[in-house]
Structures are given as structure tokens and as C-alpha cells.
Design a binder for this molecule. Structure first.
Ligand code: ATP
Ligand code: ATP
Ligand code: MG
Ligand code: MG
Ligand code: MG
Length: 263
């Protein structure tokens, strides 16, 4: 009986969206917190950068890399993270909707599970959610362009928000501060000068994690398991997940240093 049921409804499967990402394309999953402006307000995030919240995001990204072996690299800042799968991955037959739903639901449930660890004194007032999408990168150059795009957003937004919140903390309303920045300090260089001359802040000295975002990636390390009788070590190759901050994650030098990642 079970057999006949399976057959009778089998045709419904053909209505599913076909979304297999073909080789040699690279799969990039982008996730972003939904309405985190409100989420960060309600949970009293420090502005412009709440370090605990960023560390929580990083910790969720670490969990993703540990859970899914084929995710080899990720980059995040603010309320977003991008995950790169190794080139030849066969994960869920490379089906975009399966992959992105697994990554984003795992990330979200980890965020909720770990909340208390990072915010022991703040109750989680409502369940956060994240949206996600897949970007198909036809080549390494396209992948680098995507990462450069995300990191550029990090640079631009962080510089802007740093100025904005300095003005607000010094008495401006948010509206006034935004208008002032638009009218008087539209360019990047001007914003650096505003911070330095008016507030004595050297932007380049702010924490790397704020200015550059965070990368979570897999490295290969040799562990000494034990020693032979003659004293020579027995080594084992182990993949370890680490967090790094880097000025330019899309640069050739960065990827030359981490070329093993995508093999
Ligand atoms: P959407 O649903 O369209 O993504 P959003 O409100 O999440 O809306 P974003 O452009 O994603 O809009 O911006 C994220 C917001 O969350 C920003 O306003 C930012 O200030 C806030 N935010 C996220 N993480 C942090 C953090 N670690 N510290 C301070 N503020 C944060
Ligand atoms: P996959 O990742 O392929 O979906 P799976 O282990 O989730 O693997 P399913 O076919 O989705 O496989 O089956 C779900 C499993 O979870 C079943 O083995 C079922 O026994 C168990 N399960 C789910 N919900 C319940 C429940 N409410 N009570 C008891 N068992 C449950
Ligand atoms: Mg968002
Ligand atoms: Mg965002
Ligand atoms: Mg299941």
C-alpha cells in the first residue's frame, strides 16, 4: 500500500523549482538580519557597533563552518554574513533552495541558542529572523567581486555610522545628524576629517572588526598526535576554524594565501 501511495503522488515532485547550481559555478549564500534596526534598538545594542552582537554573529558563523564541511570561507559585518562553498561541493545536489534554507535556519537557531552566552543580562524579546539568497559566481573573479562589494559596504556604512553616532551622542537628533552629513560631509575624506578635527578620532585606529568585518575560515594545521619510540612525532592534519580580520578579503594576495580553501 505504501508503495502505491508513493507512486500516485510522485508527479507532484515535478512541480518543484529546479534550482541546481551547475559546475563550475561557485555557490555563495548571503544572509541578512530582518529588521535589525528595530532588533538592535529593542535589545539596546551599543551604537554604532555592539561588540557582543558582532561576536555572537561570528560565533554563529563558526558553528556553520563546523556543521557544514563544504562551507570553507565566510565574511560578515553588522547583521549579515556571506558563506562560500568549496568549488566541487555536492551538498544537497547543489540545489540552491535546500542549501540556503539549511544555512540560514541553522544560523538563526544557533543565534537564539547562543544569545544568553553573549547577552546574559538582556532577555531576547522576540525571535530574530534572517533572509537569505544564493549568488552564483561563474568564476573566482566574480566571487572576489562579490566579497569586495560586501566589504566595501562594510567600510562605507561603518564610516558613515561612526560619524552619525558621534553627532547624535553630542546632542544632534538623528535627523539633524543625517542632514548635516549629507550637506556638509558627503565624501569619505571629509568624514575622516570630521571625525579627527571635531572628535579627535583617528578612524584607522578603531578596532579592525568594526572597520573591516570578520572572516571565518578553515585552516589546515598539523597536530602532533604522539611520539614514536625513537622520538619522532606522529602528525595528523587537522582543519581548524578561525576568525581573522583583513583589510582586503578580495585581494589576490589574500586568496593566494588561502588558495587551498576552494580546492
Ligand atoms: P532589512 O530587513 O532590510 O535588512 P535592517 O533594519 O536589518 O532591515 P540593515 O541595512 O540590514 O537593515 O541594517 C542593519 C541594522 O542593524 C543597522 O541599522 C545597524 O545599525 C543594526 N545593527 C546590526 N548589528 C549591529 C551591531 N552589532 N551593533 C549595532 N547595530 C547593529
Ligand atoms: P533528512 O535530513 O533527510 O530530512 P531526517 O532524519 O529528518 O533526515 P525525515 O524523513 O525527515 O528524516 O524523518 C524525520 C525523522 O524524525 C523520523 O525518523 C521521525 O521518526 C523523527 N521525528 C520527527 N518528528 C517526530 C515526532 N514528533 N515524534 C517522533 N519522531 C519524530
Ligand atoms: Mg538587515
Ligand atoms: Mg544588513
Ligand atoms: Mg527531515
Amino acid at each position: 500500500h505504501l508503495q502505491s501511495c508513493v507512486c500516485k503522488y510522485e508527479y507532484v515532485k515535478s512541480f518543484e523549482i529546479e534550482d541546481q547550481v551547475m559546475l563550475p559555478n561557485l555557490i555563495l549564500v548571503l544572509i541578512d538580519g530582518r529588521d535589525f534596526r528595530r532588533f538592535s534598538d529593542i535589545h539596546d545594542f551599543e551604537k554604532p557597533n555592539d561588540e557582543k552582537a558582532l561576536n555572537l554573529m561570528n560565533s554563529c558563523a563558526i558553528a556553520v563552518l563546523e556543521e557544514f564541511p563544504d562551507v570553507v570561507f565566510s565574511y560578515g559585518f553588522n547583521d549579515e554574513y556571506s558563506f562560500v562553498f568549496k568549488k566541487e561541493t555536492k551538498f544537497y545536489q547543489r540545489r540552491a533552495s535546500k542549501i540556503l534554507s539549511l544555512v540560514v535556519s541553522f544560523f538563526t537557531s544557533t543565534y537564539v541558542t547562543k544569545w544568553k552566552e553573549y547577552f546574559p543580562h538582556t532577555e531576547l524579546r522576540f525571535p530574530p529572523s534572517f533572509q537569505s539568497r544564493v549568488i552564483v559566481c561563474a568564476s573566482m573573479e566574480v566571487l572576489q567581486a562579490c566579497l569586495a562589494w560586501r566589504q566595501n559596504d562594510c567600510h562605507v556604512k561603518n564610516l558613515y555610522n561612526t560619524c552619525l553616532w558621534m553627532l547624535i551622542k553630542n546632542g544632534d537628533t538623528e535627523r539633524e545628524a543625517r542632514k548635516f552629513l549629507e550637506d556638509q560631509f558627503p565624501h569619505k575624506q571629509h568624514k575622516h576629517e570630521l571625525l579627527f578635527q571635531r572628535f579627535g578620532i583617528n578612524y584607522k585606529k578603531l578596532p579592525n572588526m568594526f572597520r573591516q568585518g570578520s572572516c571565518v575560515l578553515k585552516t589546515e594545521m598539523e597536530d602532533i598526535v604522539k611520539y614514536n619510540d625513537d622520538g619522532t612525532p606522529i602528525k595528523r592534519l587537522r582543519r581548524k576554524v578561525i576568525v581573522v580580520h583583513s583589510e582586503s578579503i578580495a585581494s589576490r594576495s589574500f586568496w593566494n594565501g588561502h588558495s587551498y580553501l576552494l580546492k
